[in-house]
Ligand binder design. Structure first.
Ligand SMILES: Cc1ncc(COP(=O)(O)O)c(C=O)c1O
Length: 501
């Protein structure tokens, strides 16, 4: 018998959609909102709980008794998995990787303390050892002991996990429908890609005219976009939606800096601005860089003062305590930050035009959004196994890698052919057979990245930052406020070539 509904309740939902007037004023943004997914509650909250509602529901449906997952030492995903397992009475095993010269706080504070508090069993491995191999080995041992392990890929980014942010798209649209003006873009951190993929898939299923901009915390734009596109396409296909256009996926790598968890002046400024204007805690690895991207998009003129923009706060606050060497630097990096990317590496398309021009949008847009939000129940029903029992049953019960690919392929052939191969989906769960994540080189919390941030000596506060700043100035000149580049283009105008800017 197929499961009626694999989702288990873990997160406090809906999370608030809050106006951020003081931060907005500092950026010249009149309609800036924060989707507070840092406030999902359990285990200090964060974006991964939405994915875990489906992943752990799937695990329970399969009779798993032990959850295995992987990440960096300070993985927020690992911490939320540990908390969720505690809540559901499942054993939790974490394979956490550290770098070459790990600092004490990085190894022992922040998320690491919480993992131990939640009772997770931790296997530490040193970079560059493969986390997936270590997880597979551990799963073998557990099976030999008669346990039933369920494996979750890095970041929980896979078909089953992606449904969490499809549901978030519904929630967000319902909240947006109550606002007095249109929202034209959503900005969020991009790591392993599942959060963005779920949102993109959900907004696409609901025909929302909202641009989603992922700000990469590491890796190159193209690779990250390919990952998100593959994940989102397979999700849409599994829900039997219309084919996802490639243009629906945009990732900007201009604020990633030298790599994962490596600080940048723009990140430091963003964390300080959010804290000092809204009392809001961002983290140095994900949301700090994502907010730096949002700030940059306003400063560069891609977003105008009247554009409604939502920033998804995906959590990560415990990570703040793992990088004490950064404390003296928050807020001190303003001038350096101003010398950040002056010109985006990507030629951005204009923002989608809202339903009507303001102030009419206040009424007309809302009505349309409410109608769209009402349609969401179709998406919800799909995920809850009412609308597409065959697909859902397979998702719930047959998530072997090969079968997952088959599900996506079947669903795709029922609509239009997918541009990207759904076989590239990282595998969720199953009997412990680990398939190497499809994008090992650029999934979140990658190996090489961990050491540098952790290695910054606490007594040399500037260490690493000058380099980061120079990496983002064309000529290596010291930071000074440079003229704002204009990237905003009004719809209807032919995009200028990058060279012409
Ligand atoms: C705080 C925080 N924000 C954003 C992300 C990125 O989410 P995703 O891996 O789904 O791209 C992560 C991933 O671990 C995270 O911990």
């Amino acid at each position: 018998m197929p499961q009626a509904d694999i989702r288990v309740a873990l997160a406090q939902l809906p999370t608030p959609l809050e106006a951020a007037p003081r931060l907005g004023q500092a950026l010249g943004a009149r309609h800036l909102y924060i989707k507070r997914d840092d406030q999902t509650g359990l285990g200090l909250g964060g974006n991964k709980l939405r994915k875990l509602e489906f992943l752990l529901g799937d695990a329970r449906a399969r009779g798993a008794d032990t959850i295995l997952t992987v990440g960096a030492m300070q993985s927020n995903h690992a911490r939320q998995t540990a908390a969720a397992c505690a809540r559901l009475g499942l054993d939790c095993e974490l394979v956490l990787r550290y770098g070459a010269r790990p600092a004490a706080a990085y190894m022992e504070s922040g998320n690491v303390i919480l993992n131990r508090l939640f009772g997770a069993r931790i296997t530490q491995i040193a970079a560059p050892a493969s986390r997936e191999e270590a997880m597979a080995e551990r799963a073998e041992i557990l099976r030999a002991e008669g346990r039933k392990p369920y494996l979750i890929p890095v970041g929980g980014s896979c078909l089953v996990g992606n449904f969490g942010y499809v549901m978030c798209a519904e929630e967000l649209l319902q909240q947006i429908a109550t606002l007095p003006h249109a929202i034209r873009a959503v900005v969020l951190a991009n790591g392993s890609g599942g959060t963005q993929a779920g949102l993109v898939a959900g907004l696409h299923m609901l025909d929302a005219r909202i641009r989603v901009l992922g700000i990469a915390v590491e890796g190159r734009r193209r690779e990250q976009e390919d990952t998100v596109f593959e994940l989102a396409s397979a999700t849409v296909a599994a829900l039997r939606g219309r084919r996802l256009p490639r243009a629906a996926v945009t990732v900007l790598d201009d604020w990633a800096g030298p790599g994962y968890a490596k600080p940048t002046p723009q990140m430091l400024e963003a964390v300080a601005l959010a804290a000092r204007h809204e009392g809001m805690v961002l983290d140095p690895v994900y949301t700090g860089k994502a907010m730096a991207g949002l700030i940059g998009l306003f400063r560069q003129g891609y977003f105008g003062a009247g554009d409604g923009v939502v920033f998804v706060h995906t959590g990560g606050a415990p990570g703040v305590f793992a990088y004490p060497e950064l404390y003296p630097l928050y807020g001190e990096a303003r001038e350096l930050a101003a010398a950040g990317p002056q010109q985006l590496s990507l030629e951005l398309d204009p923002l989608p035009e809202p339903a009507a021009t303001e102030p009419e949008a206040a009424l007309a847009g809302s009505a349309e959004d409410v109608a769209a939000a009402a349609e969401v129940s179709a998406v919800q029903a799909d995920i809850a196994l009412e609308a597409e029992p065959a697909v859902q049953a397979e998702i719930a019960l047959e998530a072997e890698p090969a079968v997952q690919a088959e599900i996506a392929r079947d669903a795709a052939s029922a609509t239009e052919p997918l541009a990207a191969s759904p076989a590239a989906q990282p595998a969720c769960g199953g009997d412990g057979t680990v398939v190497e994540a499809a994008h090992p080189a650029h999934c979140s919390e990658s190996a090489d990245a961990e050491p540098q941030a952790a290695a910054a000596p606490a007594d040399v506060p500037g260490d690493g930052l000058e380099d980061a700043a120079l990496a983002e100035t064309a000529d290596g000149a010291p930071a000074k406020r440079a003229p704002r580049a204009r990237h905003r283009r009004r719809p209807g105008r032919t995009p200028r070539s990058k060279a012409a800017q």
